[in-house]
Design a protein around this ligand. Structure first.
Ligand SMILES: [Zn+2]
Length: 480
């Protein structure tokens, strides 16, 4: 468990290579004090300072996974050849009606995966079904115990999940009957959702200086105007961000046009429910009007290319958004559409996804741009201006890679090798907020073996109690 007492000063001594995010340094020392980078250069060891020998290490900023779902973390290997509608109901079977202990284990096992592969910060879009303050306390405790930096974005909605149900004239009697008891996504009253969100902000926001609580509308197309405006107002009042899914599927774009007579973001902008506080996962089906509003407000696009490819939901137009000046970040999304939470995969896909269809290679996303999305871009989504670069004054979230591992030999281009080569296998030391949380590739903050042992039986047990939800999933799958 992470101790909140101030950690000792740390001196990373003689780093062979430092990828700062603004360049590459060789042979540099980095002094960390009170959670921040205090100095970079040639720094002598002083009494009381803990020294980390980095003579054979590459030091890089910790990666930011700017869209994830802790609730789904036990669903590895479950979503092959499932489209968005079928996969969404399958997730319900795997995540509804969990105990708090099950939710805790699920979040911790995800943190272990992320820390061991160099991800130090995460936005958890949590959970999905109705939740109370103690459920939020549970997941906050998981991030606190693991020592990660996290935003818990509370996933609220007050409308139907019409985008994952067949059109009304296609709903079968079987599906109608199944929904009567197994619809875990029935909307709850808006006032209740806002109360829980405001209560969670009051109780947990800024805990230990590294945990934030944001309102997190599930997807604007599943929300009333009142809910969207209330989230924007709440964010202004408490200086938080807002995190949501946005235009992941073509169905969602079509529903928005039918419902509002304009595109989703154009509508949110018109009703005063959009700003630079919003970070928006996916953005596969954004129209020009959406991109224009996102650029004008400097709202963040959070791409999840691996998830989009696995369930065939679309291809994010990354070069268009970058060219328009929209701040861009990357996420893994839930593990059922990602399976490993390795942010290097997200960076690689962000850089390569468009190359076959873009003959002008000057428009291709570079390794440097992909790394920026997974560091400063994610930090922007978390409203953390001092995160994602290795520079004096920045928050000290750092990852040390072992340069003896074969994919670093020889060290030709550190950034390209970080994005295209490394997959987390050379991560040896991870520092979050100035505190060592991984040493020699082992997570220090929690008992990983005990968590793994506890995690093994949970999914089977959750599925047993959700047979009625499985009936909904089967009825939807039969129509898809
Ligand atoms: Zn998602």
């Amino acid at each position: 468990m992470t101790d909140d007492a101030a950690p000792p000063d740390l001196l990373i001594k003689g780093a062979a290579c430092v990828v700062t995010g603004a360049g590459v340094l060789e042979g540099a020392d980095i002094l960390i004090r009170a959670g921040r980078i205090a100095a970079i250069g040639t720094i002598p060891a002083a009494p009381g300072v803990q020294v980390i020998d980095a003579s054979n290490s590459l030091v890089a900023p910790g990666l930011v996974n700017a869209h994830w779902h802790s609730a789904m973390q036990l669903s590895h290997g479950t979503a092959d050849r499932l489209n968005h509608k079928v996969f969404m109901w399958g997730n319900q079977v795997d995540t509804a009606r969990r105990s708090q202990e099950e939710a805790y284990v699920s979040a911790v096992i995800g943190c272990i995966q992320m820390l061991r592969t160099g991800t130090t910060s995460v936005i958890d879009h949590f959970p999905e079904q109705g939740f109370g303050i103690e459920d939020i306390a549970t997941v906050v405790r998981a991030f606190h115990d693991c020592g990660m930096r996290a935003v818990v974005a509370l996933r609220i909605f007050d409308g139907e999940y019409s985008d994952i149900l067949p059109a009304a004239d296609r709903v079968t009697d079987e599906l109608r009957a199944a929904l009567a008891t197994g619809n875990t996504l029935a909307p709850r009253p808006l006032a209740e959702s806002l109360d829980v969100t405001a209560g969670a902000i009051a109780r947990f926001d800024r805990m230990a200086g590294r945990i934030r609580i944001f309102p997190g509308p599930s997807n604007p197309v599943r929300c009333s105007d009142d809910l969207l405006v209330a989230c924007q107002e709440m964010a202004e009042r408490h200086d938080t961000g807002v995190h949501c899914h946005l235009l992941e599927t073509r169905t969602q774009a079509d529903l928005a046009m039918a419902k509002y007579g304009r595109t989703m973001v154009a509508h949110m902008d018109a009703i005063g429910a959009f700003s630079g506080r919003w970070s928006n996962a996916h953005c596969n089906w954004v129209a020009e009007a959406d991109i224009e509003a996102m650029a004008r407000h400097q709202a963040v696009a959070v791409f999840n290319p691996e998830s989009n490819l696995k369930i065939g939901s679309g291809v994010p137009p990354i070069p268009r958004l970058l060219a328009a000046g929209v701040p861009c970040a990357l996420g893994a999304d839930g593990v059922s559409t990602n399976d490993n939470l390795v942010m290097h995969d997200a960076m690689q896909l962000a850089a390569m996804l468009h190359r076959p269809s873009e003959p002008d290679r000057s428009r291709w996303v570079s390794a440097d741009q992909a790394l920026a999305m997974a560091t400063t871009g994610g930090a922007r989504a978390m409203l953390e201006p001092d995160l994602g670069l290795i520079q004096v004054g920045a928050k000290a979230d750092l990852v040390l890679h072992d340069l003896d591992e074969p994919w670093w030999v020889p060290l030709n281009d550190p950034v390209q090798q970080l994005v295209f080569g490394e997959r987390g296998g050379s991560v040896r030391t991870v520092i979050v907020d100035g505190r060592v949380v991984v040493r020699d590739g082992r997570v220090l903050t929690v008992d990983a073996r005990a968590i793994v042992a506890e995690a093994r039986g949970i999914l089977k047990s959750v599925r047993r109690r959700n047979a009625d939800v499985q009936a909904v999933a089967d009825a939807v799958a039969a129509l898809e």
